[in-house]
Each structure stands twice: as structure tokens, then as C-alpha cells.
Design a protein around this ligand. Structure first.
Ligand code: CUA
Length: 349
């Protein structure tokens, strides 16, 4: 069987049609300009060729209106394309506020996905149709590139930092996922599928089992296992900063600077705590976790810290002890009270 020759991949995301249009117009405009120049070049070479060995070049002045036209028109056309391209770029780069966040870890040679509800997948990712999905991605080894042609999504995944991208699938289906950066002998095998599902099917899929609990509750276990809870109390009485309501809030650090406590900041603060010490706290109290913790454990811990910052309207935690009760009412997210409910409280030392 000869596979279908496909010049343009499926269009299955909210931006793919505009990207198609932009790309198509770019091709037409560039071909038109290139063809025009080629035709004029050939015409001039024939029309103004040297007819006699003794012929001298003409001293004729430039024709100003023609020069203005061929400078101004292409300039306007291409600046227009630039403006449109910039608008499209910002749309692609800036995720909307109401995203479903998934964590992606690339490694030689597979894609690992973690849902906030706790599901883990390898080389397959299930997503709901009609909801923007944000991917927070990192690599365990070398640079990979997350490429879903049908979504017009391509983002390099770099070790040691988080890269984000987002898309919104607009029709259910199964779409190819590639690694688009040569990353070793089995680079071509670092492929998978994205399953875009109707919201109902997606909900059903989600309930079909997350044996380890939500990502945040896994993170809570690590929070106790790694001894974080010994110093990070929820009442400002610990030796280390209170992590309640930290996520995505500004933090004042030594030197008067203010940073946003996003995924990248929390990651850095776990791996290299002395990099940015919160104002009023001492350095060298928290151990360095570089090499002690896997990327998956990191994203679980970050999810837990994120769950400690409930969105407005949800129940606020009490601030009287290290493990406030009755917290974590949001579906799929466990707060500090969750382990005591499940009876697996792991605080040690
Ligand atoms: Cu990973 Cu190519």
C-alpha cells in the first residue's frame, strides 16, 4: 500500500487554520515576488543585451516612480506579513488562563506525561477536545522537541528548565507526536500519539484509574519523604518559608528583588535552594536536591505546592498547625489534609 501523500497535515487545533492561511499566503507572496524578479531579469537580459562589440552603456537617468514602487510595495506587503506573524506568534506563545496543565518529561527515547489527576502515560497523551491544554516540559538528558503537526505545535524541550507550550484540540481524533530534534540513535522512534477526546469520554478515561492518587497527593508524600515538612510549616513558624499561597504569587528575595513563584522558580528552589533566598530567611538551611530527585518527583512536588494555593472561592486552610485539616476541596487535588484522611501520613524524623 502506498500511504496517502499528505502535503499539509490535519488541522486539528484552534490555531491550525490561521497558521495554514498564514503559511499559504507567505508561499504565494514569496513565489510572486521571486517569479516577478526572475521574469524581469530574463526580459532585461534579452531586451538590453549588447548588440555590437563597440556598443557603450546608456547614461539614462533612473526612473524614480518605478523605483519608489518596487521599494514601497514589497516593503508594505512584507511588513504586513511580519505584523500578522507576530500576532500569531504571541497567540501561540501565550497560553490562556483556563488551561489544563500537563507535565511532560522527555528522555532518550520516550515521552512521559503526567496528568494533574495522577495518570501517567508514555508516548500517548489523552486530552479533552475544546479545552486549552498547557504542557510544562523538561528533559532528563538532551534536547528533544515536542512536535504535533496536526496542532502546528513544535517546542524544544531543554534539560534543566521548564518550557511551556499550549494547544486546544478542536476535533476528536488520534494525532501523531514526534520528536523533532535529533537526540541519538533512536530519535526516529521517539514518537507517539495524542488522543483528543470528547469531554465526556475524557472524564470517563480519567476515572478509569489513577492508582497512585492525584499528582498533588503523590507530591505530598514526597513532601514528607524528603523531609520538606520538617522546615516548611504552614504557620510561618518554620525555619523555611511557608508554602501556602505561594504558587504564582510574587516573592521578595534578598536584595529587594521580587520574583514570580512559577514552576521554574520552585524547581530552582528545590534543586538549588541558595539561588534565590526568600527575604528574611537564612541560606544553607535546606539541602541541595540536585541529583537527589527525579524530574517526575519534582513535578509532583510542584503540583502539591500548587495545590496549596487554592483558586479564589475554595476553602482556605487554617494556619494553626503544620497540617491543616479540611483542605483540598477541589476535585482531583489533595491538600495537606489528604494524607491523614487516607491514613498514610509519612512525616518522619
Ligand atoms: Cu528526542 Cu529526537
Amino acid at each position: 500500500m502506498i500511504p496517502r501523500l499528505q502535503l499539509i497535515p490535519d488541522s486539528a487545533s484552534s490555531i491550525s487554520h490561521e497558521v495554514n492561511l498564514f503559511f499559504g499566503l507567505m508561499v504565494i507572496l514569496c513565489s510572486a515576488v521571486a517569479t516577478g524578479i526572475a521574469i524581469f531579469l530574463i526580459y532585461s537580459a534579452v531586451r538590453y543585451r549588447r548588440r555590437d562589440p563597440n556598443e557603450m552603456g546608456s547614461q539614462r537617468r533612473n526612473y524614480i516612480p518605478a523605483e519608489v514602487t518596487w521599494i514601497a510595495l514589497p516593503f508594505l506587503f512584507f511588513m504586513g506579513m511580519f505584523a500578522w506573524g507576530a500576532k500569531l506568534y504571541f497567540e501561540i506563545e501565550r497560553p490562556p488562563d483556563n488551561t489544563v496543565n500537563m507535565y511532560v518529561v522527555g528522555r532518550q527515547w520516550m515521552w512521559k506525561f503526567q496528568h494533574p489527576e495522577g495518570q501517567r502515560e508514555i508516548n500517548t497523551l489523552h486530552i479533552p477536545v475544546g479545552r486549552p491544554v498547557k504542557l510544562i516540559m523538561t528533559s532528563e538528558d538532551v534536547i528533544h522537541s515536542f512536535f504535533v503537526p496536526a496542532f502546528r505545535t513544535k517546542q524544544d524541550v531543554v534539560p534543566g528548565r521548564y518550557e511551556t507550550t499550549w494547544f486546544e484540540a478542536i476535533q476528536p481524533g488520534k494525532y501523531h507526536l514526534f520528536c523533532a530534534e535529533y537526540c541519538g540513535t533512536k530519535h526516529s522512534g521517539m514518537i507517539g500519539w495524542i488522543y483528543a477526546m470528547n469531554p465526556d469520554d475524557y472524564q470517563r478515561w480519567l476515572t478509569e484509574g489513577a492508582p497512585e492518587g492525584s499528582l498533588a497527593s503523590q507530591g505530598e508524600k514526597f513532601f514528607h519523604q524528603f523531609g520538606c515538612s520538617n522546615c516548611h510549616h504552614f504557620d510561618n513558624a518554620g525555619r523555611c518559608p511557608n508554602l501556602l499561597n505561594l504558587y504564582n504569587h510574587p516573592v521578595q528575595i534578598g536584595g529587594g528583588e521580587t520574583v514570580l513563584a512559577d514552576d521554574g522558580y520552585i524547581r530552582e528552589s528545590i534543586l538549588d535552594p541558595n539561588a534565590k533566598i526568600v527575604y528574611g530567611y537564612q541560606p544553607n538551611i535546606m539541602p541541595n536536591f540536585t541529583g537527589q530527585i527525579s524530574e517526575e518527583q519534582l513535578v509532583a512536588l510542584i503540583s502539591y505546592i500548587k495545590a496549596l494555593s487554592p483558586s479564589p472561592g475554595t476553602q482556605q486552610p487554617s494556619s494553626s498547625g503544620t497540617t491543616p485539616k479540611n483542605y483540598g476541596v477541589q476535585k482531583g487535588i489533595a491538600g495537606p489534609g489528604a494524607t491523614s484522611i487516607s491514613g498514610s501520613h509519612l512525616e518522619q524524623r
